[in-house]
Design a protein around this ligand. Structure first.
Ligand SMILES: Cc1cc2nc3c(=O)[nH]c(=O)nc-3n(C[C@H](O)[C@H](O)[C@H](O)COP(=O)(O)OP(=O)(O)OC[C@H]3O[C@@H](n4cnc5c(N)ncnc54)[C@H](O)[C@@H]3O)c2cc1C
Length: 322
């Protein structure tokens, strides 16, 4: 612990790498610590990212790390940040190897844990023939037999959305579908089949093909299955640092509350990407959030060094200096 970093970025997914790039280009002494578990790692390709559409996630993150190597003030380390606390000069973070690092600012870009239904066969197909986001993976399975594992109003909405990619969509309700009359009629009019048989597992050869197998022994081929997810903090780090969580939403259960400048409730602590309440989960949004959060951090550091007040800092931001 012999160095005071301007910023420690925790997590090197899309948000963290993007932030580190901006910090490095602004010559800030930046440490990036990453445990190497980006949420989309199991996917074959990144869908919907301009300039990188369909690129394998591992190749995308490798290219991001390579770009950082050009900036001498940025250092990357592999490993977990396992704890931390705020002190008068900023923050002290503890790494899994027992070392401690001190920084004036910390950016949490730690992503979220995506939890999907506990059904045998989902985990090995996750991000391929089983997905939570049709905008990310719908194109790859277009015009094939598709399904939604869900029920009630949420299931009806997802099934109607999935019709964008195929006219053969089944809502697998895994029991009573719990649809009101309007939703039942909407699905009927859209040609969506509702199957209320109990689902036992997903089957198929490899991860790219799926069939929904029922408890009664039947089976329904399904090239792509849309499943609901909830997003959760991966560790207690944000809580330990004192960051307030936002109210639970339908998807993100305990995202970190941030203001439009990505500041958390703790002075000097920012959050960007899936982990923050500002985020609609996607790689493009994470890249944008990381970039903006980093620019704000640089502004804060410079303003602090110049003795500017929070109000005059805001005036500068509003004045277009980002
Ligand atoms: C299966 C799947 C497929 C997806 N496909 C697409 C797609 O095709 N297109 C699209 O736009 N979006 C897709 N998404 C969503 C997209 O992946 C996320 O919105 C985006 O990756 C979020 O980026 P992030 O940087 O916030 O988090 P992440 O990419 O999850 O990165 C966070 C990083 O922080 C690290 N970390 C966490 N805690 C610590 C700690 N304490 N110490 C050190 N490191 C830590 C993690 O190990 C990880 O490497 C997909 C998501 C999933 C789950």
């Amino acid at each position: 612990m012999d160095k005071l970093w301007d910023c420690i970025v925790v997590g090197a997914g899309a948000a963290g790498l993007s932030a580190a790039l901006v910090l490095g280009r602004a010559r800030q002494r930046t440490l990036v610590v990453d445990a190497g578990g980006q949420s989309n790692s199991s996917a074959d390709g990144i869908g919907g990212l301009l300039g990188q559409d369909g690129r394998p996630p591992a190749a995308f993150y490798a290219a991001g790390r390579e770009e950082l190597a050009a900036y001498p003030t940025v250092e990357r380390r592999s490993g977990d940040v396992v704890g931390g606390e705020r002190h008068e000069a900023g923050f002290v973070l503890e790494l899994a190897d027992g070392s401690h690092e001190t920084a004036r600012r910390v950016l949490l870009a730690t992503g979220m844990e995506y939890r999907f239904p506990a059904l045998p066969g989902i985990a090995e197909r996750w991000g391929r023939s089983v997905f939570h986001c049709p905008f990310c993976h719908g194109w790859e399975v277009r015009d094939q037999q598709l399904g939604v594992l869900d029920r009630a109003a949420a299931g009806a909405r997802r099934a109607l959305l999935l019709r964008v990619w195929s006219d053969d969509v089944t809502l697998f309700a895994d029991g009573p579908a719990e649809l009101d009359a309007e939703d039942a009629e909407r699905l009927r009019a859209a040609g969506v089949t509702v199957d209320e048989r109990r689902v036992a597992e997903l089957r198929g050869q490899g991860s790219a093909r799926t069939a929904v197998a029922f408890a009664d022994g039947g089976e329904h081929p399904c090239a792509g299955l849309l499943v609901p997810v909830t997003l959760h903090q991966r560790s207690a780090l944000a809580e330990q640092l004192g960051a307030a969580a936002s109210d639970p939403g339908p998807v993100a259960i305990d995202a970190i509350e941030v203001d439009p400048m990505f500041h958390t409730s703790v002075p000097g602590l920012s959050a960007a990407g899936d982990v923050s309440s500002q985020q609609l989960p996607s790689v493009a949004n994470a890249v944008a959030a990381g970039s903006s959060a980093a620019a704000m951090i640089v502004q804060d550091l410079i303003s602090e060094a110049q003795g500017l007040t929070a109000a005059s800092r805001l005036a500068r931001v509003a004045g277009g200096t980002q």
